[in-house]
Write a protein that binds this ligand. Structure first.
Ligand SMILES: O=C(O)C[C@@H](Cc1ccccc1)C(=O)SCC(=O)c1ccccc1
Ligand SMILES: [Zn+2]
Length: 166
């Protein structure tokens, strides 16, 4: 099912997600609904926080063919280099805005998959950017937090105005 995505500055986006203690069928259904919602947006990632579910679950698919879904549960990430690289990021919770964000170029992610099995991946490029972007969501952080307060306020004012006009 398609799930409604929370939009900045909704305070629920600032909630810190909790670890998942058991990977149940309910979690599997939520992951499937998040992937469906992500593909429909379209996007290359989605965090449970964005659909108002405050648990450590993220879904990603950075493939061109849109048929390589990844699901990470209770993920921990570690930078593999001090090198920071800029990337023009967007966010499904901050519609119609993109801006440059600097992040570590390569990271390691250690998590559980939907079978509760441990997975460990070293990532670079868009996958590394996306993983870090989704992990920020789980800690209540948005890419606009890396911008100047003036830019952030302008984006907030525009989105609040747009939500009012709806
Ligand atoms: O809000 C989200 O989490 C989804 C977001 C994830 C993202 C990945 C990589 C860079 C920025 C943001 C998106 O999928 S935004 C839409 C999108 O497909 C995209 C936007 C900018 C760059 C790459 C992809
Ligand atoms: Zn986002």
């Amino acid at each position: 099912a398609l799930l409604p995505i929370l939009h900045f500055p909704d305070p629920r986006l600032r909630t810190k997600a909790k670890p998942i203690l058991e990977v149940t069928d309910q979690i599997r259904t939520l992951a499937a609904d998040m992937l469906e919602t992500m593909y429909a947006a379209p996007g290359v990632g989605l965090a449970a926080t964005q659909v108002n579910q405050h648990i450590e679950l993220i879904v990603i698919d950075v493939s061109e063919t849109k048929d390589q879904p990844m699901v990470f549960i209770n993920a921990k990430i570690t930078p593999l280099t001090e090198e920071l690289v800029p990337y023009e990021e967007g966010c499904l919770s901050v519609p119609e805005y993109t801006d440059s964000v600097n992040r570590p170029a390569r990271i390691r992610i250690e998590a559980l998959d939907l079978d509760g099995k441990a997975v460990k991946i070293d990532a670079d490029g868009l996958l590394a950017v996306c993983i870090q972007h989704e992990m920020d969501h789980l800690s209540g952080k948005l890419f606009v937090d890396y911008l100047s307060p003036l830019k952030r306020q302008r984006i907030k004012d525009k989105l609040v105005k747009r939500e009012r006009e709806k």
